[in-house]
Design a protein around this ligand. Structure first.
Ligand code: CP3
Length: 354
C-alpha cells in the first residue's frame, strides 16, 4: 500500500507521460531560494549544507514557493553537489560566491581518493528529507527529486569552483580521456542508485541537471557527456519504468535529437532554444521550459505577453511550462506569481480555442 497521502494534482506526471492535460503544468527551476524573504529568514540560522541535512527545514523550504504560487510541482531543496561530498570531496558554499571545493581532482591519480559511496548511508539525509517532505506536501502536487549530470558534477570536481568556461575541467577530456570516462562512468553509476532511492523515499519524478552541457562542443558532448547521461536514464528506468525522468542539458542545442533518442521522458529547453525547432528534433517527447528568467524583470503586462508567446510556441500539448533556467536571487516574488498565473490563464484559453 502507498504510505503517502493521495496525489490531488497529477498534471505534471500526465504531461510527462505525453497524456493530454486541461492546461500545461507549471513549476520554476530554483523556485525555492534566496529571492524569497522567508527562505532568507530560515537560512539566517544555519549554513546551506546544514539546512540540506535537516529534513524538517528541507520540507519547510521546499513548500515555501507552493504557499505563495499556484505551482504544479515541488522540487526537493538540496543541491547537486551533495553527491561529490558523499564521494569524499569537501564542498563548501561560500556566501555571495557559490560552491568551492578546496581539494579538487587535479590528476587521474586523484580518482583513487574518490569513494564508491554507500548511497543509503552517505545520502540517507536526502532520502529522509524526501519522505518528510512528501508527507508535508499532503498530495498537493508531485515531488521532484534531482541530481546533477555526470559531466556537470565532473566540471565542479575538477575545476574546484564555479567558472565561466570550466577550462580545467574541459582540458581533462583532452588530456586524460580515459580517466575522464572512468570518472563519468563512476558518477553515472552512483547517480543512478541515488535517483532510484530518491523515488523509493518519496520522489514522484526526477530531473537531471546538466547545467554545463553547453560548454562542450558537439563532439565532446557526444563522446563524453551523452553516453553517461544515457546510461543514467537506462539504469533509472530499469528500476522505475513509470516514473517520469526529465533531462535539462543547458546550452546543448546540437544534442536535442540525441537526447530524444534516450530513455528520458521529458527534454528541458533553456531560453536560447526555439520550441518549434526543438519539437521537430524531439518528435513525440514532452518538452519543458523555457521562458528567459530575465523576462521576470519586465513589467507585468510585458511579462504576460512573453508567457503567452512561449505557450503558443510549444503548442497546447506535451509541454511542462517552466523558466529556461533558475530564478535569480534578485527576482521579485510578485513577478513569479505573474508568470505562474499567466501560464494557468493562457494555457487554458489556448486549449479551449482548439
Ligand atoms: O528550488 C530548487 O530548485 C531546489 C533546490 C536546488 C538548489 N540547487 C538549491 C540551492 C537545486 C535543484 C539546485 C541545483 C543546482 N545546484 C545546480 C543545477 C541547476 C542550475 O542552476 O544550473 C547547480 C549548477 C548547483 C550548484 C550551485 N549551488 C551553485 C552554482 C550555487 C551558487 C549559486 C546560486 O545560485 O546561489 C548553489 C547554491 C544553492 N543551491 C542555493 C540554493 C537555494 C543558494 C545558497 C544559499 O542559500 O546561499
Amino acid at each position: 500500500m502507498d504510505p503517502f497521502p493521495p496525489l490531488q494534482n497529477d498534471l505534471l506526471l500526465r504531461a510527462a507521460r505525453g497524456e493530454d492535460t486541461p492546461r500545461a503544468p507549471v513549476w520554476m527551476m530554483r523556485q525555492a531560494g534566496r529571492y524569497l524573504p522567508e527562505y532568507r529568514a530560515l537560512r539566517a540560522s544555519s549554513s546551506f549544507f546544514e539546512a540540506c541535512r535537516t529534513p524538517a527545514l528541507v520540507a519547510e523550504i521546499t513548500l515555501q514557493p507552493l504557499e505563495r504560487f499556484d505551482l504544479d510541482a515541488a522540487i526537493i531543496f538540496s543541491d547537486i553537489l551533495v553527491v561529490p561530498q558523499a564521494m569524499g570531496l569537501e564542498v563548501r558554499m561560500e556566501k555571495g560566491i557559490g560552491p568551492s571545493l578546496p581539494d579538487p581532482l587535479r590528476h587521474p591519480d586523484d580518482l583513487r581518493r574518490l569513494a564508491a559511496p554507500d548511497v543509503p548511508a552517505e545520502l540517507g539525509y536526502v532520502f529522509e528529507a524526501l519522505t518528510v517532505t512528501r508527507h508535508a506536501l499532503a498530495g498537493r502536487a508531485p515531488l521532484i527529486g534531482f541530481c546533477g549530470a555526470p559531466w556537470t558534477l565532473m566540471a565542479y570536481m575538477v575545476e574546484g569552483a564555479g567558472s565561466k568556461q570550466f577550462a580545467r575541467a574541459r582540458s581533462w577530456l583532452h588530456r586524460y580521456p580515459d580517466a575522464s570516462r572512468e570518472l563519468l562512468g563512476r558518477l553515472a553509476e552512483t547517480l543512478a542508485e541515488y535517483l532510484v532511492r530518491q523515488v523509493e523515499a518519496g520522489a514522484q519524478a526526477v530531473q537531471v541537471f546538466d547545467s554545463w552541457a553547453g560548454l562542450l562542443g558537439p563532439r565532446e558532448f557526444e563522446a563524453f557527456a551523452l553516453p553517461c547521461l544515457r546510461d543514467l536514464a537506462e539504469r533509472f528506468k530499469q528500476a522505475h519504468p513509470d516514473v517520469p525522468c526529465i533531462v535539462f542539458a543547458r546550452g546543448a542545442h546540437h544534442a536535442l535529437q540525441a537526447l530524444a533518442d534516450t530513455a528520458y521522458d521529458v527534454i528541458g529547453l533553456d531560453w536560447t532554444m526555439d520550441p518549434a525547432a526543438a519539437r521537430r528534433q524531439t518528435g513525440p517527447k514532452t518538452l519543458q521550459g523555457n521562458l528567459d528568467p530575465a523576462a521576470l524583470f519586465a513589467d507585468p503586462a510585458t511579462l504576460r505577453a512573453a508567457v503567452r508567446r512561449m505557450l503558443e510556441a510549444f503548442g497546447p500539448r506535451r509541454h511542462i511550462a517552466n523558466l529556461g533556467h533558475g530564478m535569480h536571487p534578485d527576482h521579485d516574488p510578485a513577478r513569479a506569481a505573474v508568470f505562474v498565473d499567466a501560464v494557468h490563464e493562457f494555457s487554458e484559453t489556448l486549449r479551449k480555442a482548439e
